[in-house]
Design a protein around this ligand. Structure first.
Ligand SMILES: C[S@@+](CC[C@H](N)C(=O)[O-])C[C@H]1O[C@@H](n2cnc3c(N)ncnc32)[C@H](O)[C@@H]1O
Length: 222
């Protein structure tokens, strides 16, 4: 498989006005690449940080069966309003993933909420609504992916889209590498794919977070 891709940072679907300001979607091309690589028609695909539903919509378009969990109720309502498999998107907290009822999946793709080491007052896994430490974040993320195994077929592939975070005058949070390391304790780490994002260079980076690229960390349920 290719380990370096250059992709367009676009989405086909137009978000409703009230969701515009928080548009943090993964581009369609990224999901298409991994679904074509690791799944076939009829396969079951889950996104445990579903956001605005990109994984679910692209999976449905490619005739895979989408499932998802999302914490934010307006994002869940939006997904329900547009998805054919409406019953498969759950409004909930992935930190209690083991309490849900899902069939065994062929593939999982997610971009977890990002956390900077210095941002303890904005804890990522409550959608930035409480405080919490970076160590707590990595620990809870590891537990979530351990619990996800309950819903994975043997050898199912799990992809995590993530980036490091570079801020002017501040130390870099090596989020991508820390997440890869912590999840590799519970799922077999196959390696990373670097995604170079097309677009106009800017101080924030084409991708954001100070970078023009992000990573897809590929794991397997071995
Ligand atoms: C980076 S976004 C995912 C974007 C998504 N890939 C897309 O293309 O729309 C991360 C999502 O995780 C959700 N989230 C945060 N904490 C969560 C939790 N504990 N359980 C489930 N979802 C959570 C956030 O509300 C946010 O929508």
């Amino acid at each position: 498989m290719k380990t370096f891709l250059v992709l367009d940072k676009t989405n086909k679907k137009k978000l409703p006005e009230h969701l515009h300001s928080a548009d943090i979607r993964n581009p369609d091309a990224l999901i298409e690449f991994f679904l074509e690589q690791y799944t076939k028609k009829g396969d079951l695909v889950i996104d445990i940080f579903a956001g605005f539903g990109t994984t679910l919509f692209v999976a449905e378009k490619l005739e895979r069966i989408p499932y998802g969990i999302e914490y934010n109720s307006s994002r869940v309502s939006y997904i329900k309003s547009e998805l054919r498999h409406k019953e498969n998107i759950v409004h909930g907290d992935s930190r209690i993933l083991d309490t849900f009822k899902f069939p065994k999946m062929d593939f999982a793709f997610s971009s977890p909420p990002y956390m900077h080491e210095l941002d303890q007052e904005y804890y990522a896994l409550t959608n930035y609504s409480t405080s919490g430490t970076y160590e707590q974040y990595l620990g809870e993320l590891q537990k979530i992916y351990l619990d996800l195994k309950k819903y994975l077929k043997p050898n199912a592939v799990v992809v995590i889209e993530i980036s490091n975070i570079k801020r002017k005058g501040k130390e870099i949070t090596t989020l991508a590498w820390d997440v890869a390391k912590t999840i590799s304790k519970v799922l077999y780490f196959e390696g990373e794919v670097i995604i170079g994002w097309k677009g106009e260079p800017s101080e924030e980076g084409i991708y954001g977070y100070g970078y023009d690229h992000s990573y897809c960390m590929v794991f397997q349920n071995k």
